[in-house]
Design a protein around this ligand. Structure first.
Ligand code: SF4
Length: 223
């Protein structure tokens, strides 16, 4: 057994493989051959732009402008290729669990119908072969009902980026006019939770960026 930080990373590809435990054959000749992979974590950056302008955002505001040279939204031909690519990996490495995480930028900036058909294709291609789970990490600013219904329909678990109550969240998580985003996000989350059936499927979880001046009990109280 070995641990590897990256099985593969092609800088041109939106697909990133992450740390997993690999089974390696014992014989000298085959020592470096991967024969089995328990879990594959795939992060797909479906949108390389954002509808927020958080002041601490390392991706857009810390000097790395490489995103400007990439398409804002993942192109259709890439959408179409990914399920088959993952199917090959599942078959050849006997992968038991694949988790696909949609990230950005802000992944809800892509067209809903494209996201819907992408999830459908992932399920149709991979679910007969492996345990497939889908997650999305969103800032919660754009979560209209058709989006939450689509996420629930495909059993996509929802991770919300929120930094605690408004007094903390609005310090850094601002839009491009410098306005806090808490109120708009809270409204979206409340309306999402009204539909109990969908909310159960989305299994809402949150990620908070903590500042040393924050009182953690207030952040925990919210989340
Ligand atoms: S929501 Fe995320 S990607 Fe968007 S500006 Fe904030 S930290 Fe950056």
């Amino acid at each position: 057994m070995v641990n590897v930080a990256h099985l593969d990373r092609n800088p041109e590809s939106p697909v990133i493989f992450h740390k997993r435990r690999l089974d390696i054959q014992e014989s000298t000749e085959m020592k470096r051959t991967i024969v089995e992979l328990d879990t594959l974590q795939v992060i797909i950056k479906t949108a390389e732009r954002c509808n927020l302008a958080c002041q601490y955002c390392y991706y857009f505001f810390m000097g790395d402008k490489s995103f400007e040279g990439r398409k804002p939204i993942m192109p259709q031909d890439v959408y179409r290729k990914i399920p088959g690519f993952l199917e090959n990996a599942v078959r050849s490495l006997q992968i038991k669990h694949v988790n696909v995480a949609f990230h950005g930028g802000e992944p809800t900036l892509q067209k809903l119908k494209d996201f819907d058909s992408f999830c459908e294709l992932l399920h149709v291609t991979l679910s007969p072969l492996t345990r497939l789970s889908l997650t999305i990490q969103t800032n919660g600013l754009h979560l209209p009902k058709p989006w939450t219904e689509c996420l629930a329909r495909h059993n996509v678990k929802l991770g919300l980026s929120i930094d605690g109550p408004a007094e903390y969240h609005d310090k850094f998580r601002t839009d491009n006019k410098g306005r806090g985003s808490y109120q708009r996000i809270e409204t979206n989350v409340r309306s999402l939770l009204e539909d109990e059936e969908s909310a159960k499927k989305l299994r809402l979880a949150s990620i908070s960026v903590m500042n040393h001046s924050f009182d953690i009990s207030k952040v925990n109280g919210l989340c």
